[in-house]
Design a protein around this ligand. Structure first.
Ligand code: ADP
Length: 353
């Protein structure tokens, strides 16, 4: 008999150890979970709350409070009440403007105790991304509509007789050509942007001398600058350390900036490229004596499709600076602009060494 009791005790002990290990594992999971978990009894008193619940509801004293005191939102309280009455799972999502949060609450009936299990998820980030995507699609459609409408008008004019006109025919064809070029550039930039944003673009980092980078971009843009009757200066400090960068991509940033300076500077103006050492990095600058940028637009110009004044801009998609910002940030750097409206602009970017 004693032998039997002994063996029972041993197996009981090992079962207890297994149970303890499982409880501990469950506790760790609940502790680490980013979703908030609350267990409420039949009267709506919170019996258990994990740390994430405390964070989501902005208080760490959750146990023994009522569900209403914890969630503090009419719609969420109603969802819990519905679950208590119907014993059916309820899902409710609400925007909490005071807490700048978009919260989803799932209330699951607890069959044994007559209470409920509440799962809270913070969907703020997901919702923000959804909104960005929606805006983006409506922006793209809007931007495509304008050139497409003028292509339609141009072809219709050609069809209704202008084709045979030796003067108007070639002129309309030339305008179609320009519109198609603009559309092609825009789709290319959109593709670039989406690749960069989704992290599909692999940067090929190598050590580059800032001087080489600046001169290479200047050489590429020289003809265009001269055609616009502008002067291009390069002022690179001596003794700059190499930066770790993707040469082609960073050169693309410089080319974008110079291209903008050419577009927004009247003939006779000046564009100055520079590079200087700053703590931990190198700062490049593209300075022009152009129309400048109003101070309220200085940060917005880096957003997709943002153009200060599309009537003034003429051609352009408003994507170039957005692409440039992504490239610079992928290098661990930052980009910004300063301007004295009417007298010129300076675009800076810094790349860590
Ligand atoms: P795009 O030039 O194709 O319109 P960008 O993203 O390159 O698009 O530029 C966004 C806007 O910022 C431009 O439309 C223009 O209004 C303004 N901008 C950019 N660079 C300059 C500059 N050097 N001088 C004046 N305005 C500029």
């Amino acid at each position: 008999l004693i032998g039997a009791i002994e063996s029972r005790r041993a197996s009981f002990g090992s079962e207890l150890a297994v149970l303890r290990a499982e409880t501990e594992r469950l506790a760790t999971v609940l502790e680490q979970l980013t979703d908030g978990v609350l267990i409420a009894d039949a009267d709506g008193r919170v019996q258990f709350a994990n740390p994430a619940a405390g964070k989501l509801f902005g208080t760490d004293k959750l146990t023994h409070q009522s569900v209403a005191q914890v969630v503090r939102d009419h719609q969420l309280i109603e969802a819990w009440k519905r679950c208590q009455q119907t014993r059916l799972l309820q899902i409710e999502a609400v925007e909490l403007p005071t807490r700048k949060q978009y919260l989803q609450l799932i209330v699951i009936p607890d069959e044994h105790e007559g209470g409920s299990l509440l799962l809270a998820q913070d969907l703020t980030q997901v919702r923000k991304l959804e909104m960005v995507r929606r805006d983006f699609i409506s922006n793209v459609s809007h931007e495509l509509r304008t050139p497409l409408a003028s292509l339609k008008a141009l072809t219709e004019t050609l069809q209704s007789g202008a084709l045979a006109d030796p003067d108007a025919g070639p002129r309309f064809l030339e305008r179609i050509h320009t519109e198609v070029d603009a559309l092609t550039q825009m789709t290319q930039e959109l593709l670039d942007l989406s690749r960069i944003e989704s992290g599909q673009v692999q940067l090929n980092f190598e050590a580059i001398a800032p001087r080489k980078l600046i001169h290479s971009a200047a050489d590429r843009m020289k003809a265009q600058v001269e055609r616009a009757s502008l002067i291009l200066d390069v002022k690179v400090d001596d003794g700059l350390l190499n930066i770790n960068a993707d040469k082609n991509r960073l050169e693309q940033v410089l080319v974008n900036l110079i291209h903008n300076s050419v577009k927004f500077t009247k003939p006779g103006g000046r564009i100055t490229l520079g590079a200087e050492a700053v703590p931990g990095g190198v700062r490049c600058a593209v300075r022009d004596t152009g129309v400048g940028i109003p101070s309220e637009s200085l940060t917005r110009i880096f957003e997709r499709f943002y153009r200060v004044d599309s009537s003034r801009t003429g051609s352009g998609t408003g994507l170039g600076l957005s692409i440039s910002r992504h490239i610079v940030e992928a290098h661990g750097g930052k980009i910004w602009a300063e301007s004295d409206e009417g007298r010129g602009s300076v675009f800076y970017f810094e790349i860590p060494i």
